[in-house]
Design a protein around this ligand. Structure first.
Ligand SMILES: [Zn+2]
Ligand SMILES: [Zn+2]
Length: 109
């Protein structure tokens, strides 16, 4: 959008961040970069609202790493789970329940 200056965009984003509409970037991208937290940990990412949380799970710290055939010597990794956060999942559930009109019966996935 050439008619909007970069400064304006940043100002808008700042406002959104203050209102909690968006979360300041940093963490999502930080997965690939360096985080202040250096110990191995993983991430939960909400595809709806962009919320990202750190996740500690010992079992994820012990997965088989890609082997020598990749040509890489793996030094570290971080697993990112994508889905809906509790808040968004709730909203989704309520929306579905509202649409169907009655109680959800059984566990269909
Ligand atoms: Zn969410
Ligand atoms: Zn993290």
């Amino acid at each position: 959008m050439p008619e909007i200056s970069r400064t304006t965009v940043y100002r808008i984003l700042e406002t959104f961040a203050r209102l909690g509409v968006v979360r300041k970037a940093g963490h999502p991208d930080a997965v690939a970069r360096y985080e202040s937290r250096t110990s191995r940990h993983h991430h939960l990412l909400c595809v709806r609202c962009g919320r990202m949380e750190d996740l500690d799970d010992e079992s994820l710290d012990r997965i088989d790493l890609p082997g020598r055939e990749t040509g890489y010597r793996i030094e570290d990794y971080s697993i990112q789970f994508r889905g809906l956060c509790a808040k968004c999942a709730n909203a989704e559930g309520r929306r579905r329940a509202g649409n169907s009109g009655d109680k959800r019966r059984g566990k269909t996935r």
